[in-house]
Design a protein around this ligand. Sequence first.
Ligand code: SF4
Length: 354
Amino acid sequence: MQFNSTYNDLDRRHIIKLLASEGEEKKCLFKEAARVKKEHVGDIVYFRGLIEFSNLCHKNCLYCGIRSGNRKVVRYDLTDEEIIDSARYAFDNRYGSIVLQSGELESNAFTKRIDSLLKKINSLTHGGLRITLSCGEQEEDVYRQWFESGAQRYLLRIETSNPGLYSRLHPNDRKHSFNRRVDCLNNLKKIGYQAGTGVMIGLPFQTTADLADDLLFMQQNDIVMIGMGPYLEHTDTPLYKYRSLLLPREKRFDLTLKMIAVLRIIMKDINIAATTAMQAIDKLGREKAIMVGANVIMPNITPGSYRDDYLLYDGKPCIDENPEDCKTCLEARIAIAGNEIAYGEWGDSAHYSH
Ligand code: SF4
């Protein structure tokens, strides 16, 4: 398959073909993605210190290990001091940015709490950290309030751009609406956030055409940060009963690499994360993602004692490491992938223009 250097408008048919590629064709895809990455974002990886501050969630997504209906989960909620200490760790270690992630809650108390945390962290670091929120769907005025209090980025995964598939992954009620998810993404962009999204790859009932549409959805919506990972089943979820429909894990991993590579080719200057879920399948998963186009890694800086309670899927790696172990391990891994960590840099997507 031929590529040329101005390629950013692969059509759906062409993308489907690339996602099914094997052998020489696949090698060629990965080589081109690496070349585009080097040319447009450099062989550089940005750190986002991930603080999974609470696994409380009022939703019940059918694939998620911490959904509200799972009574086996030990629920936790870090104190504000613990969250601020983790942010301080990221700042002192020149991570450049953090991600505050939780299950989804919508209440005045939650809105105020996040607002206060944003102000405290910005004051502590003199605005030196870019702060990403990943706290689910909220009303537009809540997003606006948080933006004005110092959040610059927001991650809200669409999980799939196919509304029919979305409805098979979620309870069919007003709390789990595909349209609201899309509206929220649009509101985030309208307010001025660097908006991020992502999808799961290798879901039951998902087709290669769905995945091609996911990539086109990201392109058409001008998303500047993407985190995509293989779907990993969790035993205590309703979707687990469809596990016989799944591709083998190595195939889901391979498909994820191809998704990253195609995305890098069609959206040359966005930020693409090498997700932890990739490492759950392949020990060198994140390095491989970096080599085919990813340029962001999210070291987990949640205090270690809470990490095994934020299990969205079975077999999550690194849950018993402390932040220092995690950092040292990642430094070595990124060097293996021939890339360099950009310490002390925010690493805003070059694609984002405010
Ligand atoms: S995927 Fe997110 S919103 Fe859905 S149940 Fe899990 S934590 Fe809650």
